[in-house]
Design a protein around this ligand. Structure first.
Ligand code: NDP
Length: 332
């Protein structure tokens, strides 16, 4: 039998955590043959709720779930973990900007990053979900120097999936017939959902989305704003931010990273820029990536038109500002 993989979820008693842990225990993240030991971390005020989640996990009798560690002790939570999904952190309350939570998340990320750097299994893979996700990934990297930067990523897969769905809906096809959309940049309202390179599988072969959607005005306007604002719309109607779709996207992200992307298909991931597409190195920026042998690589050589260039630079600019704001707390 395969050795169990230890998966850490921080903020596990929260909304996304509650949706995410059963998905992991069911094998959605790591496959139907991979036994799991779940590590769940939360803070003292959530300790009782966390205990409740642990009891439900036991009651669900998941065949793949070989153990549950539920704790408020950061070091205990991080010991020997192979995959860390970072969901815990100070939430963005109504009327707050994402960057308002940054000062509150710096100490949290410092603690979690240092503990993982010291206690996680070698080659532990990290996915940052807590907002502002891209900049929290920068903070994480800063405090986890022994974790290679290629093992640190942030979640833009929900935005990617929303982009696929918008194109599918527009063309009245299934989302599995759409591929190679891109979300560039920050997981925020400046993100740039881009369908310029997307293709649609039709009965008469692969067609470009651009060709099938003749309405360029829609592609340059409503399509982009719908994806950018989808989270806010869900927050309004649900009175809570998206959780099941975020949890599902986190599973997609880790699965594709570890098991590889299908041939000819890329996905969007927030990764540390190496300067590709003129994006400042060191920013955590969402790029199109393919994955193989548990490593991502940025898709190279895509043609960038003038419209895309402006959008890509605007979201990079926001990340540069967030990063320098974050460093003003890191350096305190
Ligand atoms: P959620 O589970 O709803 O969200 C968790 C984080 O994920 C938030 O930062 C949220 O951002 C973010 N997020 C990133 N991408 C998305 C997305 N696409 N859709 C929705 N959310 C996204 O928050 P809860 O408050 O329910 O849970 C947080 C948990 O963290 C709690 O259990 C709490 O106890 C714990 N916590 C831990 C702390 C610590 O470790 N010191 C401190 C504070 C809380 P956004 O807020 O912008 O939606």
């Amino acid at each position: 039998a395969r050795a169990p993989v230890r998966v850490l979820v921080t903020g596990a008693a929260g909304q996304i955590g509650y949706a995410l842990v059963p998905m992991i225990a069911r094998g959605i993240m790591l496959g139907p043959d991979q036994p799991i030991i779940l590590h769940m971390l939360d803070i003292e005020p959530a300790a009782e709720a966390l205990k409740g989640v642990q009891m439900e996990l036991i009651d669900a009798a998941f065949p793949l779930l070989k153990g549950v560690v539920a704790t408020t002790d950061v070091v205990e939570a991080c010991k020997r973990v192979n995959v860390a999904v970072m969901v815990g952190g100070f939430p963005c309350k109504e009327g707050m900007m994402r960057k308002d939570v940054l000062p509150k998340n710096v100490p949290i990320y410092r603690a979690h990053a240092s503990a993982l750097a010291e206690h996680a299994a070698p080659n532990c893979k990290v996915l940052v979900v807590t907002n502002p996700a891209n900049t929290n990934a920068v903070i994480f990297k800063e405090f986890a120097r022994s974790i290679p930067e290629k093992n640190i990523t942030c979640l833009t897969r929900l935005d990617h999936n929303r982009t696929l769905s918008q194109i599918a809906e527009r063309l009245n096809v299934h989302n599995s017939d759409v591929k190679n959309v891109i979300v560039w940049g920050n997981h925020s309202s400046t993100q740039y959902p881009d369908a310029s390179h997307a293709t649609i599988t039709t009965t008469s072969g692969e067609k470009s989305a651009r060709e099938l959607i003749a309405d360029q005005h829609w592609l340059h306007n409503e399509f982009i704003t719908t994806v950018q604002q989808r989270g806010d719309v869900i927050l309004k109607v649900r009175k809570l931010s998206s959780a099941l779709s975020a949890a599902s996207a986190a599973c997609d992200h880790i699965r594709d990273w570890l098991h590889g992307t299908p041939k000819g298909t890329w996905v969007s991931m927030g990764v540390c820029s190496d300067g590709s597409y003129g994006i400042q190195p060191g920013l955590f920026y969402s790029f199109p990536v393919t994955c193989e042998n548990e490593e991502w690589s940025i898709v190279q050589g895509l043609e960038i038109d003038e419209f895309s260039r402006l959008k890509m630079d605007a979201t990079a600019q926001e990340l540069i500002e967030e990063k320098s704001f974050a460093y003003s707390f890191i350096n305190q």
